[in-house]
Design a protein around this ligand. Structure first.
Ligand SMILES: *Cc1c(COP(=O)(O)O)cnc(C)c1O
Length: 414
């Protein structure tokens, strides 16, 4: 691993924090469902001189000179994204998932238009119309929910669409473990003349790797992040049908962004290249096997699995119902045990978002470092021990030592 010599010499204070983070990542278990560990090649790209370059505009059509190589890498990223997902058009400039969603809204909506999106506590994302966000102040969001068994009731969704007449119907989630029937969703939107959008931020890598169905053929616009299961740099991506290409590109720049971050675009091209390789299909399949292994271990210990089961890379656990421990305590105790995950609101959670009823657990990062079903079962046993510890330091430190030993056997950066 690159020793960051220049940084170490020129800024020891900043370097010390970097060193701390490197150690934290190597020695701890990362179970935050939205995180992953990028390859050394992606890190190289992110640390490259492309960070120096301004390149407002698109390949072949820029506002500044000197674009010989920015055009090459952006075209490469676009072509690879299109190939990976079978998309007609790709925009690789969004700086984040939130920026991609904002641009997607701007591309098809006028202020005041109605959007149907998934309720936050039922798995939707903040950017899908939560009242604290700017889009919620500009557009009229109406939220749909999941049923007690975890599924979406499409008849209810259709009735809601018929009564609300949305301009845009939005699918996608960040804390939901089931699959969406894309064809059925699109058919409902067609009935009411709504544009369709899927936010596949969490599952983009699973889709790229063929472990989950591809929404791209069914939706007008599909947004994603590149840093979650897709295992690339932090960033956003928009895919769309040709008919929306011009509007989407204009919405990204100059609509909501300035100059693209070309070091990030290079890193996206590299990550998409990695996702096109056969090994990535194996990775996506292993993610699914690992999540199922965790689920069955939790079930055998009597845990309550939210949404009934998992069909992707994450699990939501009702820690209050299962062990009488709040989501916040669970997160804090596990942190002390070297296991990082996040507290999460559950559907119609009676508790607030700062101390909700459960936690979200994801396996993408652990799977990247080579862990398989046996390790997943061990991790669940540690989680259970931590939740039964009452927060006692000695017990949590003991777990932490065992976690560290396992992590040592699965190094991230050799
Ligand atoms: C993570 C996520 C986003 C936001 O991505 P950022 O890069 O953090 O802005 C948007 N939508 C969904 C569904 C997400 O899971």
């Amino acid at each position: 691993m690159n020793a960051y010599r220049s940084l170490r010499e020129s800024d020891p204070q900043a370097f010390a924090a970097l060193k701390g983070e490197m150690k934290r990542e190597e020695e701890g278990l990362e179970l935050i469902a939205s995180e992953n560990t990028v390859s050394p090649a992606v890190l190289d790209a992110l640390g490259s001189v492309f960070t120096n370059k301004y390149s407002e505009g698109y390949p072949g059509n820029r506002y500044y000179g000197g674009q010989d190589f920015t055009d090459v890498i952006e075209t490469l990223a676009i072509d690879r994204a299109k190939e990976l997902f079978g998309a007609e058009h790709a925009n690789v400039q969004p700086l984040s998932g939130a920026a991609a969603n904002l641009a997607a809204y701007v591309s098809v909506l006028a202020p005041g238009d109605t959007v149907l999106g998934m309720d936050l506590s039922h798995g939707g994302h903040l950017t899908h119309g939560h009242p604290v966000t700017l889009p919620a102040k500009v557009y009229r969001f109406v939220r749909y929910k999941t049923e007690a068994d975890g599924a979406i009731d499409y008849e209810k969704l259709e009735a809601l669409a018929l009564s609300e007449k949305p301009r845009l119907m939005l699918a996608g989630f960040s804390s939901y473990t089931r699959q969406i029937d894309y064809a059925r969703f699109a058919a409902i939107a067609a009935k009411v003349g709504a544009v369709t959008m899927m936010d596949m931020a969490h599952i983009a890598g699973m889709i790229a790797g063929g472990a989950l169905p591809n929404p791209v053929p069914h939706f007008d616009i599909v947004t994603a992040t590149t840093h979650k299961t897709l295992r690339g740099p932090r960033g956003g991506l928009i895919l769309c049908k040709e008919a929306f290409a011009r509007a989407v590109d204009k919405a990204v720049f100059p609509g909501v962004q300035g100059g693209p971050h070309m070091h990030m675009v290079l890193a996206k091209a590299v990550a998409f290249g990695e996702a096109l390789r056969p090994e990535f299909r194996e990775y996506a399949a292993q993610i699914l096997r690992n999540a199922k292994a965790m689920e069955s271990e939790f079930v055998s210990l009597g845990y309550s699995i939210v949404f009934g089961t998992t069909e992707n890379h994450m699990l939501l656990i009702d820690t209050v119902k299962s062990r009488g421990v709040s989501g916040r305590d669970a997160q804090e105790w596990l942190d002390a045990a070297g296991i990082t995950l996040n507290k999460n609101v559950l559907p119609d959670d009676p508790r607030g978002p700062m101390d909700p009823s459960g936690v979200r657990i994801g396996v993408p990062a652990a799977t990247t470092r080579g862990m398989k079903e046996a390790e997943m079962r061990q991790i669940v046993l540690w989680i259970d021990r931590a939740l039964r510890s009452g927060g006692r330091k000695r017990e949590l430190s003991a777990i932490r030592r065992e976690v560290k030993a396992l992590c040592k056997a699965f190094p991230i950066y050799r």
